[in-house]
Design a protein around this ligand. Structure first.
Ligand code: ADP
Ligand code: MG
Length: 240
């Protein structure tokens, strides 16, 4: 069976059904998401696009358990995210999903290697295992020679590569990236996106990536387009 056929038959890793999210109430209510439904199959890299304010961040946060829908259902790796309690959400964020943010979110006082090791510490991984995994990941993102530098001593593109390595550390099933190249110049941004594409494949991961960047849509398996909180399109971009 080919990879494409496997993907077509596998159970979805992410299932979003009729998700609704409204901020505020009455006349001031903002319908950030309305009736959003889609599925992501294992191994897919799905881009979420749409202009600023269209609901991308709200959607990603709800899928990753940082926020809750007012209505609807979200399932990730067989867990019903929308009904997890705080402990369940903590476990989800520790064991199943990992986030990459536009603002990198690295700990400024820790070295690149220490930042990458944080998720492994949270899991109580043995030191030797942690160190070899950190080394492998820093090599994977091309920063093997920068392990001891702190975020302030790295360029924006390098910091985002550290953040990607950190997100991969605990081998999450789902990588969620919210405009990961938003603070980078277009050339660096494209390199970071290409890296994301590569690591998702290398690690056999699934990814949901919000982006403004049209060039990234070509790197995605599929594009979900949000318009004013509604899913406009669910287009399969055929990969050559
Ligand atoms: N905490 C919040 N309180 C009130 N409104 C919010 C909040 N977060 C987002 N919104 C609104 O919800 C809509 C979707 O926002 P967001 O998901 O951040 O979109 P995007 O990431 O596509 O820019 C916007 O109209 C935004 O102003
Ligand atoms: Mg956003």
């Amino acid at each position: 069976m080919s990879t494409t056929e496997l993907m077509a038959t596998a159970e979805p890793l992410v299932r979003v059904e009729g998700v609704q999210r409204t901020y505020g109430r009455g006349a001031a209510a903002v319908h950030a998401l309305e009736g959003v439904s889609f599925e992501v199959r294992p191994g897919e890299l799905v881009a979420v696009v749409g202009r600023s304010g269209s609901g991308k961040t709200t959607l990603l946060n709800i899928v990753g358990g940082l926020d809750r829908p007012d209505e609807g259902r979200v399932e990730v790796a067989g867990r019903e995210v929308s009904s997890l309690d705080e402990r369940g959400l903590d476990a989800l964020r520790r064991d199943v999903v990992a986030f990459v943010f536009q603002s990198f979110g690295l700990v400024p006082t820790l070295s690149a290697a220490e930042n990458v090791g944080v998720p492994l510490r949270l899991r109580g991984a043995p030191v030797a295992e942690r160190e070899s995994r950190v080394r492998l990941l820093l090599d994977l993102v091309g920063l093997g020679d920068h392990a001891d530098q702190r975020p302030g001593e790295l360029s924006g593109g390098q910091q985002q590569r550290v953040a990607i390595a950190r997100a991969l550390a605990a081998s999450p099933k789902l990588l969620i990236a919210d405009e990961p190249t938003g603070q980078l110049d277009s050339e660096t941004g494209l390199a970071v996106m290409a890296l994301l594409r590569g690591v998702v494949e290398a690690e056999g991961m699934t990814a949901l990536v919000a982006t403004h960047d049209p060039t990234f849509m070509a790197l995605a398996d599929r594009v979900l387009r949000l318009e004013d909180g509604r899913l406009h399109d669910d287009t399969l971009i055929s990969l050559a």
